[in-house]
Design a protein around this ligand. Structure first.
Ligand code: 2HG
Ligand code: ZN
Length: 462
């Protein structure tokens, strides 16, 4: 690694390169259950040129290169599992432009998503993607993982808002992809390929984002149900009735106490709840809320409307804190990110109960039910239960794939789901993706062991 250090020092100057074990440790993990691994060096990038220099040095030393923005990912995407150099882009945090006329923003990868929201909303515009980590996640990671969040139900995921990218390739080339216009079909859609590629193809140095007008009004509803199946049926009924709230979030019984603790009054009879939010013009919101009330009436115990911004904020704060709150519920937790066709939500919920009964592993579920995207959390205290946890996970994934669902809706494959890729995708599709990876990164240096199972990559390189 001495070669790497001297190449990096020479290219960037020692002030931008961290090599002490203590400093590197801060760049070892993310917010997933994946084991942290300290890199050999960290580059604190402040420009695209820095990234290009770092990438060239790492390529020359033939060491892994792992891009990292906010480090709040949920699938091990920025964990330097094979060591090498982490390129930290959090210091590149300028919102370079916000244009009301064009409804676009240009941002660097270290911009915190919540800061972008505030900046564009102050100008009457809106950037919809809203993963729950929005106060600490950064755009570089959101783009790498194609992050989504509750509002994706109406507005789609990050990819739907990325018009163009500036990236650095593994040989140090700086490349612009995409466009600034809202329409354009020139050439292959490389931008869309790069969004969600989990840092395995290129490193984002800037992004041109599409904005939309900020909705004038928002109404938030809380619907309480006697059991989780009833809440699942209500989701299906809303989809079938064609109502289009911006969010439909489901919380099962296991999560309700975590919400109560945060000051949200939840009727003791409730065993599940939906947070449903509509937006648009004020009169439109009233009509949508009324229609949702009618559609859910057959299943719900009660439907409440948040009376003011403070009530709404309390509810969302409780929802956003579910990930850390559920982590505190047991010694060990794995959080999944499965998606099923919306009419299969009741079947998936039933299946989690069956798996729980048969394996003894506690499962609680919450998430973006409007998209069929549920975070099934497996919780356990006894290390010896691990084989049952693996069995539970396998069963869950097989059921999801059997329902024509997908293993990850918004967290990415990273290392956490790499070993399960073949459960969902046919071998030819995996082989095709590996060939694409080979075109961008012939030596396999960029974020190795992400997306593709480690043993398959090793076998392929023999
Ligand atoms: C959420 O929706 C996040 O809260 C995190 O995607 C989910 O950690 C989780 O289970
Ligand atoms: Zn989520």
């Amino acid at each position: 690694m001495d070669k790497l250090r001297s190449l990096l020092d020479r290219a960037l100057g020692p002030s931008k390169v961290l090599t002490s074990p203590d400093a590197c440790l801060a760049y070892a993990g993310d917010d997933s259950d994946q084991e942290p691994v300290a890199p050999d060096a960290v580059v604190l990038a402040s420009s695209a040129d820095d990234i290009a220099k770092a990438v060239r040095a790492a390529s020359e030393a033939e060491v892994p290169i792992v891009p990292r923005a906010g480090g709040s990912g949920k699938s091990g995407g920025c964990v330097p599992v094979a060591g090498g150099v982490v390129i930290a882009t959090l210091g590149m945090n300028a919102i370079q432009e916000i244009s009301r006329e064009e409804q676009v923003a240009v941002v660097q990868p270290g911009v915190i998503l919540g800061d972008l929201h505030a900046a564009v909303e102050a100008e009457g515009m809106f950037f919809p993607p809203d993963p729950n980590s929005l106060r600490m996640c950064a755009l570089g990671g959101n783009i790498a993982e194609n992050a989504a969040g509750p509002r994706a139900f109406k507005y789609g995921s990050t990819r739907d808002y990325v018009l163009g990218l500036e990236v650095v390739l593994v040989d140090g080339t700086q490349l612009r992809t995409g466009k600034r216009t809202v329409k354009g079909v020139t050439g292959y859609d490389v931008t869309s390929l790069l969004v969600g590629s989990e840092g395995t193809l290129a490193i984002t140095t800037a992004a041109t984002l599409r904005l939309i007008p900020k909705p004038h009004a928002v109404t938030t509803l809380l619907a309480l149900f006697p059991d989780v199946q009833a809440s699942g049926r209500a989701v299906s009924a809303m989809i079938a009735a064609g109502v289009r709230p911006r969010c439909i979030e489901l919380l099962d019984e296991g999560t309700l106490d975590a919400v109560r603790v945060r000051g949200v009054a939840v009727d003791e009879r409730a065993r599940a709840m939906l947070i449903i939010e509509v937006d648009g013009e004020p009169s439109d919101c009233d009509a949508q809320a009324e229609r949702i009330g009618e559609v859910c009436a057959a299943e719900a115990i009660d439907i409440l409307v948040a009376q003011d911004a403070a009530q709404r904020d309390r509810l969302w704060e409780a929802r956003r804190q579910l990930s850390p709150a559920t982590r505190a519920m047991a010694r060990f937790k794995i959080s999944e990110d499965v998606v099923v066709p919306r009419d299969r939500i009741p079947a998936l919920l039933e299946e989690t109960r069956a798996i729980e009964r048969e394996t003894g592993v506690r499962m609680i579920t919450y998430g973006h039910a409007g998209d069929g995207n549920l975070h099934v959390n497996l919780l356990w205290n006894d290390e010896e239960l691990l084989p049952r946890v693996e069995e539970a996970l396998n069963r869950l994934f097989l059921s999801v794939v059997g329902m024509r669902g997908t293993l990850t809706g918004e967290h990415g494959v990273g290392t956490s789901k790499a070993d399960f890729l073949a459960m969902e995708q046919q071998p030819e599709l995996i082989a095709l993706q590996k060939r694409i990876k080979g075109v961008f990164d012939p030596k396999g240096l960029l974020n190795p062991h992400k997306i593709f199972p480690r043993r398959q990559l090793e076998a392929a390189s023999v």
